[in-house]
Ligand binder design. Structure first.
Ligand code: NAI
Length: 331
C-alpha cells in the first residue's frame, strides 16, 4: 500500500525507512509540499503524510478524497494547516503525533533565551577573530526573573520546569490550568497580568482562530519595557509588523523565533543563492537582538525517532482497519 510523503527531507527518509520494516507500506517521497500544483500526480495512494507547511485546504482535501485517499497523517503536533471540517465532510481520517519529546522544543526555547541574553553567538564569532573584548556582551541573570509561559501543555510544562530550575519565578496562562504545575511552583495568572509582570514571555499554546496575533501592538504595550519574547509555537501567534515596531521603539528587548508567519516560503530550504523577497524577515534578521531559527526546535534524534514510529504506527492501524490511540486521532 502506498503512502505519499510530502515535504520530505533526507533526515525524514532516514528515520521513516529505519522504522518502516516488515510492513506492506511503500513510502513515495516527494520533496515538494502538498498543494494544488502536485495533487494531480497522486494515484493509488492510501494516505498522505504531511508536515507543518503542507496546506490541506478544503479544495485540496476534496481532490484527495476523489482520488481515494483515506488518511492524512500529520507527522507533527500542530494541525492548524489542515481543514478538519473538510476532512470530516469527505470522510478522510486525520491523525497526528500529539507528543514527541516535548523536552526537545522546551530545551530549544531555553537555548534561544540563553543565546539572546548571554550573546554566545556573538562571543563565538568574536573569539574566532581574536577579539576578546567583552563590550556589548552584557547579559542579565535569569535567576530571580519572572518568566511568563503561555500554554502549559506538554511543551510549556517542560519549559516551566527548566525555568524553575534556573531559579526563575514562573507565572503562566492557560485556558486549562494544570494542578501539578501549580503544586510544583508555577502561578497561574490572567493573561494581562502575565503580560504586565513577565520579564520573559514564552509562547507554547497552539495557534487557533481565537489567538491569531495574540502578540500585537496592544498586548506589547502592556508588557515591561525590554521584555524578551520567545516563540517556538506558531508564527501566526505574533503580528510580525507590530513586533518590528516594538523592537524599533525598544519595548521589546530581544526576540527569539523558531516559527514565522510566512515560514512556508522560506523554512526547511537552502535559499543562500536566492534573493529573498520577504522584506519583513529581512528586517527582523537585521536586528542585533533577534534570533531566528528555521523551525528546528523539534529537531533531535529522540524526537525524529518518536515521530516516525508514532506516524507509522497510526498508518498501520488505519490500514488494518483498527483504531490507533485516541490521542493521535483528530478526525
Ligand atoms: P499541548 O496540546 O500539549 O498543549 C497546549 C496547551 O495550550 C494546552 O494546555 C492548552 O490548554 C493550551 N492552550 C490552548 N489554547 C490556548 C490559548 N489561547 N491560550 C493559552 N493556552 C492555550 O501542545 P504541546 O505539545 O505543548 O505543543 C504546543 C505547540 O507547540 C503546538 O501547538 C505547536 O504549535 C508547537 N510546536 C512547535 C514545534 C517546533 O518545532 N517549533 C514542535 C512541536 C510543537
Amino acid at each position: 500500500m502506498k503512502v505519499a510523503f510530502f515535504s520530505a527531507k533526507p533526515y525524514d527518509r532516514v528515520f521513516f525507512d529505519r522504522f518502516n520494516i516488515n510492513s506492506d507500506v511503500v513510502i513515495q517521497y516527494y520533496e515538494t509540499h502538498l498543494g494544488p500544483h502536485i495533487i494531480n500526480a497522486i494515484a493509488d495512494v492510501f494516505a498522505v503524510c504531511v508536515f507543518v507547511n503542507d496546506k490541506l485546504t478544503a479544495p485540496v482535501i476534496e481532490v484527495l478524497a476523489a482520488k481515494g485517499v483515506k488518511l492524512i497523517a500529520l507527522r507533527c503536533a500542530g494541525f492548524n494547516n489542515v481543514d478538519l471540517d473538510a476532512a470530516k465532510k469527505y470522510g478522510i481520517r486525520v491523525c497526528r503525533v500529539p507528543a514527541y519529546s516535548p523536552e526537545a522544543v522546551a530545551e530549544h526555547a531555553v537555548a534561544m533565551l540563553l543565546t539572546l541574553n548571554r550573546k554566545t553567538h556573538k562571543a563565538y564569532n568574536r573569539v574566532r577573530e581574536q577579539n576578546f573584548s567583552l563590550t556589548g556582551l552584557l547579559g542579565f541573570n535569569l535567576h530571580g526573573k519572572t518568566v511568563g509561559v503561555i500554554g502549559t501543555g506538554k511543551i510549556g510544562k517542560a519549559f516551566c520546569k527548566i525555568m524553575l530550575g534556573f531559579g526563575c519565578s514562573v507565572i503562566a496562562y492557560d485556558i486549562y490550568p494544570h494542578d501539578d504545575l501549580q503544586q510544583g511552583g508555577v502561578t497561574y495568572t490572567a493573561l494581562d497580568t502575565l503580560f504586565e509582570q513577565a520579564d520573559i514571555v514564552s509562547l507554547h499554546c497552539p495557534l487557533t482562530p481565537d489567538n491569531h496575533y495574540m502578540i500585537n501592538a496592544a498586548t506589547l504595550s502592556k508588557m515591561k519595557k525590554g521584555v524578551v519574547l520567545i516563540n517556538t509555537s506558531r508564527g501566526g501567534l505574533v503580528c510580525t509588523t507590530d513586533i518590528i515596531d516594538g523592537l524599533k521603539n525598544r519595548q521589546v528587548g530581544a526576540l527569539g523565533i523558531d516559527v514565522y508567519e510566512q515560514e512556508e516560503k522560506l523554512f526547511f530550504r537552502d535559499l543562500s543563492e536566492n534573493i529573498i523577497e520577504d522584506d519583513t524577515i529581512q528586517r527582523l534578521m537585521s536586528f542585533p537582538n533577534v534570533l531566528v531559527t528555521a523551525h528546528q526546535a523539534f529537531f533531535t534524534e529522540e524526537a525524529l525517532s518518536e515521530i516516525a514510529q508514532i506516524t507509522l504506527g497510526s498508518i498501520y492501524h488505519f490500514l488494518n482497519g483498527t483504531e490507533p490511540a485516541a490521542a493521535v486521532v483528530l478526525v
